[in-house]
Design a protein around this ligand. Structure first.
Ligand code: ZN
Length: 315
């Protein structure tokens, strides 16, 4: 019997930043996310890999960055995930408008899309973000230890926007991956993935003839979807290979296991396992406080620490 367990929603989103301290200050101090892991880019260990999320970095709440000091700015366009949307409780949008204004973040909105009000703004590198007032947010745990009161805290992702030159091939793949088509308006088609509190909204925005985006600071590098464990991951790997996609071998990312492939519109997709999670190498109450390295890089710790720029935790 093949393993038919579904894709469970968004696992994480990984984007590119320039200055790491500015990144920590914005996501930790302004947005109030918890820095749940401070490690290096396993494929480029001379640079940081920073993970933000809820209290323990549950799948569906994790935004990660490769900060490359001095990196040039990318451009938004087709073949990219162009808008990363966080969920907040419905009554919290006013709080956020005020908070972002107080931190001199330029905000557009609120606007409404399919009945959900949202604010639009950008991080210091130009990464496009949305805060969406969503009923489902209240069913998710809130981190009480950050600078944002728990009642208003960001509750993981609301959804993502895939911007494409043509929608057909990507829509077909999403359907094969179990995404449910929910609504359509003009050139925007909405899909959902995951159930209950894990539900996420994925919009396919078609821009015929739209210029391709350039991935650098301020753009999303890849998006990862949840699979329960390695068995479900291998079953999906087989199915995707059979569908003709070029899927990588399983890679050990220490806090989860990953496979990668490019969807037909050009966005890099990953399927990541729910476990083992960020408490694998430090206790929940100390997450993100010190530099963690995987066993295969531990011998190089002194050299890596000397090369990495100093990083102060968010106050
Ligand atoms: Zn990833």
């Amino acid at each position: 019997m093949s393993d038919e367990r579904p894709i469970g929603g968004i696992h994480h989103v990984t984007a590119i930043a320039s200055d790491p301290q500015r990144n920590v200050d914005f996501y930790g101090r302004v947005l109030g996310l918890r820095l749940v892991k401070r490690t290096v880019n396993f494929d480029d260990p001379g640079t940081y890999h920073l993970y933000y999320g809820d209290e323990i970095g549950r799948p569906g709440t994790i935004l990660t960055f490769f900060p490359w000091p001095g990196a040039g700015r990318g451009s938004r366009g087709t073949g990219q995930q162009t808008a990363t949307a966080f969920a907040v409780p419905p009554a919290s949008l006013g709080y956020w408008q005020e908070r972002l204004a107080r931190h001199a973040v330029a905000v557009e909105g609120p606007r409404s899309r399919w009945g959900d009000d949202y604010l639009t703004f950008a991080d210091p590198d130009g990464l496009l973000l949305e805060l969406v007032a969503w009923q489902g947010a209240s069913a998710r745990p809130a981190w009480a230890g950050g600078p944002v009161p728990a009642e208003h805290a960001i509750r993981g992702f609301y959804g993502l926007t895939l911007c494409q030159r043509q929608g057909g091939p990507t829509a077909e793949l999403l359907a094969a991956m179990g995404f449910r088509a929910r609504a359509e308006e003009g050139l925007r088609q909405r899909f959902e993935i995951g159930d209950g509190a894990a539900r996420a909204h994925v919009d396919l925005l078609v821009k015929p003839g739209g210029a391709a985006g350039r991935i650098a600071a301020g753009s999303v590098h890849h998006v990862a979807w949840r699979v329960a464990d390695e068995g479900a991951q291998l079953a999906w790997r087989r199915r995707l290979l059979e569908a003709g996609l070029a899927v990588t071998e399983v890679r050990d990312r220490r806090y989860f296991r990953s496979i990668y492939f490019r969807e037909p519109g050009g966005v890099l997709f990953e399927l990541a396992t729910d476990g083992p999670g960020f408490t694998r190498d430090e206790p929940a109450e100390r997450l993100g406080e010190s530099l963690k390295l995987p066993p295969w890089l531990e011998a190089e710790r002194a050299r890596l620490e000397a090369a990495l720029p100093p990083l102060e935790a968010p106050a």
